[in-house]
Design a protein around this ligand. Structure first.
Ligand SMILES: [Zn+2]
Ligand SMILES: [Zn+2]
Length: 290
């Protein structure tokens, strides 16, 4: 079993980042502290999933992302997950976890399977807390399963994850030749896929003049890629600007997004474009895109 399969070092990096941000931004420390507990739980669950997968034969490997859940691996951990939430989540979410813990396991299975069918794609169909419980619990499973699946050949630019169908969490620019190549990072299984540089991932706008980019002086490696046509934007980690080798998964402006991208933050991913909405002052980048 490799470190990539267990995901241990990556979860450790996410936890360290949450600790660093909590020390810098007191106003967000409650959520970041909660995120740390979730990430620690997800790390342990991912290791169990990887161990179980290693013990099974290749013939049982999934052939597609939304193949049925392996409940024999997942279910024994669900009560511990609910207990983590009861102890560390904000009060309303903790109460929701406590109510779920009182239900029979048949209800847990129904809830997890219902979410899994449409995971990442139609998240708004269930209530926010029910969605969070299933999403945060199943995310390590989705991430592990995505690693096992063969990459489909990309013949056209697709706005949703080619592996699981979820929307992007953020963009990533990687060095290629003299410029950067653009990828989108999946909000559910955390895999990347290539995406055209001058194209809105929400509405398909292609006119460069309608696709402004905003960059803050304090965060030169974060780009807010907006669209004047649909008014949505996506934040992008620009690895061509960062002197450090950082992982896009740990460089997203808030680790909180990784478990709840629909969180009602005015600066959430794929939100209506409100440049300047955060405590950071965003300036329109008048330079070329590429
Ligand atoms: Zn995905
Ligand atoms: Zn657009």
């Amino acid at each position: 079993m490799t470190a990539i399969q267990t995901g241990g070092p990556e979860y450790d990096a996410r936890i360290r980042r949450a600790e660093r941000l909590a020390a810098q931004h007191f106003f967000a420390s409650e959520f970041l502290d909660f995120y740390k507990h979730i990430a620690a739980f997800q790390k342990s669950l991912r290791a169990s999933i990887a161990a179980s997968s290693g013990a099974k034969s290749q013939s049982t490997a999934p052939v597609e992302m939304h193949a049925p859940l392996d409940l024999t691996v997942l279910l024994p951990h669900f009560r511990g997950f609910l207990s983590t939430l009861e102890q560390h989540a904000p009060p309303a979410l903790a109460k929701s976890a406590q109510q779920m813990s009182l239900l029979p396991s048949d209800s847990w299975i129904a809830s997890l399977e219902a979410y899994w069918q449409h995971a990442g794609k139609y998240d708004q169909q269930v209530g926010a807390f029910a969605q969070f419980l299933a999403r945060a619990f199943l995310q390590p499973y989705a991430e592990f399963r995505a690693l096992l699946l063969p990459r489909p050949p990309i013949v056209v630019t697709t706005k949703i994850c080619p592996l699981c169908g979820a929307r992007p969490l953020s963009g990533v620019l990687r060095v290629e030749g003299d410029g950067g190549k653009r990828f989108l990072l999946c909000s559910f299984c955390f895999q990347e896929w290539e995406f055209r540089r001058i194209l809105c991932p929400t509405c398909g706008e292609e006119a460069e003049a309608k696709l402004p980019v905003y960059i803050a002086e304090q965060l030169p490696h974060i780009r807010v890629e907006a669209c004047d046509t649909c008014k949505f934007y996506l934040q992008t980690v620009d690895l061509t600007k960062s002197p450090l080798s950082i992982s896009p998964k740990t460089a997203t402006p808030s680790p909180w997004w990784m478990i709840w991208p629909q969180f009602r933050s005015p600066c959430g991913p794929m939100r209506r474009a409100i440049p300047g909405c955060s405590r950071t002052s965003w300036a329109r980048d008048l330079g070329e895109h590429g």
